[in-house]
Ligand binder design. Structure first.
Ligand code: FMN
Length: 391
């Protein structure tokens, strides 16, 4: 890999990730569901939007900073929570360090492979992501642990339907990486010696447990154990969500909002922020691309709650489009996972640099000195682009 592993676009990071990762790990990150309609529309919808540029009178400097859930960010891009087991030995700690180096926050998944305490030590701008799993007592214990660890906010991810199956195939994920399980992966791993070497250097095999689903210091359940608990927990009511917000008592984001009526309920439940999201197209296939749902939701609740968008962000221009259409910031998933797989912490920094460079360049074209000045008239929105659900 020439140039110290530097890459110029997220697409290139993805190509390198595909070369480096065992097939099963790559497929687990690619994810998506069913026929991939939502997965594709998340990305393709951004290409339907255009810019309305100026050619002179632009600002010499552009301010990219913003604030989400009371946390100052140097750029309007937050690390979205993902379970990144087996991508890289340092996992979420490497991602947290990269985010800290670029002055932004990380959302740590409940299904993450590293402890919340280690991640907060690497980046004090950490939000803890939680599911409605295990019922009120267990959730209260997890919130307590997050509070003690110093998490700055909670992200409650509500959009999950336990759908399964994708037309391009799912990887086999072992319950634990026992020697026997490793042997079954040996043929594909043998083709990816660099990935194995990274783990071999640390003296550890990829860990498929979820340490943040247990009490601090207790061994975490396996991914399947944790998933089973979640799957068998009855879904929450809006009263449960208001209870969770109250039990946390601090900045609280609801992730996965697609409808205007749900956005209003999130406001009523006392949330500080929402993320308009399709879970990156991994959840219910057939939901429109997230950016199509943003304008209607931002118009309805943008004055009452912070609106964030995730799903489909691959370049700085995408971030600018989302901000102009009403988002305070965006969150990224696969973009940083490809960077992490391609080049560890430096790869995640590389992705954040690609995005901030792209934001700055689009802002120069649009003649904007600050991300706060971006507005819908900066964007060419074709007729019929937006989807307003549940108004
Ligand atoms: C491999 C993978 C694992 C994910 N795991 C979680 C998770 O544990 N919790 C969560 O809230 N979202 C999870 N997500 C969704 C992301 O937080 C985010 O919504 C999504 O990746 C955004 O779309 P993008 O990948 O197009 O940026 C996951 C996404 C991927 C790709």
């Amino acid at each position: 890999m020439g140039n110290n592993g530097w890459f110029e676009t997220v697409a290139e990071a993805q190509r390198r990730a595909q070369k480096r990762l065992p097939r099963s790990v790559y497929k687990a990150l690619l994810a998506g569901s069913e026929r991939g309609q939502t997965y594709r529309d998340n990305i393709d919808a951004f290409a339907e939007l255009g810019f309305a540029p100026h050619v002179a009178g632009g600002p010499a400097e552009r301010a990219l900073g913003t604030q989400v859930m009371g946390v100052d960010l140097d750029l309007p891009v937050i690390i979205s929570p993902t379970g990144v087991q087996a991508v890289h030995p340092e996992g979420e700690v490497a991602v947290a360090r990269a985010a800290a180096a670029r002055g932004t926050a990380i959302g740590l998944s409940s299904f993450g492979s590293r402890t919340l305490e280690d991640v907060v030590a690497a980046n004090d701008r950490t939000f803890f992501q939680i599911y409605w799993s295990g019922g009120r007592d267990v959730i209260e214990q997890r919130l307590q642990r997050a509070r003690e660890a110093g998490a700055k906010g909670v992200i409650a991810t509500l959009d999950w339907t336990f759908s399964f199956g994708r037309d391009w195939g799912s990887p086999a994920i072992p319950e634990a990486l026992t020697p026997k399980a490793m042997l079954s992966f040996a043929p594909e791993v043998a083709l990816k010696p660099r990935w194995l070497l990274d783990f071999a250097r640390t003296g550890q095999l990829p860990d498929l447990t979820t340490p943040n689903m247990a009490a601090k210091g207790e061994p975490g359940p396996t991914f399947f154990g944790a998933y089973g608990e979640w799957m068998t927990t009855p879904p929450p009511s809006w009263e449960d969500i208001a209870w969770m917000r109250e039990a946390w008592g601090g900045p609280f984001m609801i992730k996965g909002i697609c409808r205007v009526d749900d956005a209003r309920r999130a406001v009523d439940a006392g949330a500080s922020a929402i993320s308009v999201s399709t879970h990156g197209g991994n959840n219910l296939d057939g939901i429109p691309g997230a950016i199509r749902m943003l304008p209607g939701i931002a118009e309805a609740v943008g004055d009452e709650i912070e609106v964030v968008l995730d799903s489909g962000i691959r370049r700085g221009g995408d971030v600018v489009k989302a901000l102009a259409l009403g988002a305070q910031a965006v969150m990224i998933g696969r973009a940083y996972l490809w960077g992490l797989a391609a080049n560890g912490q430096a790869g995640v920094e590389n992705v954040l640099d690609i995005l901030s460079g792209g934001i700055s360049s689009a802002m120069l074209g649009l003649g904007k000195a600050s991300v706060a000045d971006l507005a819908p008239e900066d964007i060419l929105v074709p007729e019929g682009f937006a989807r307003v659900l549940g108004d």
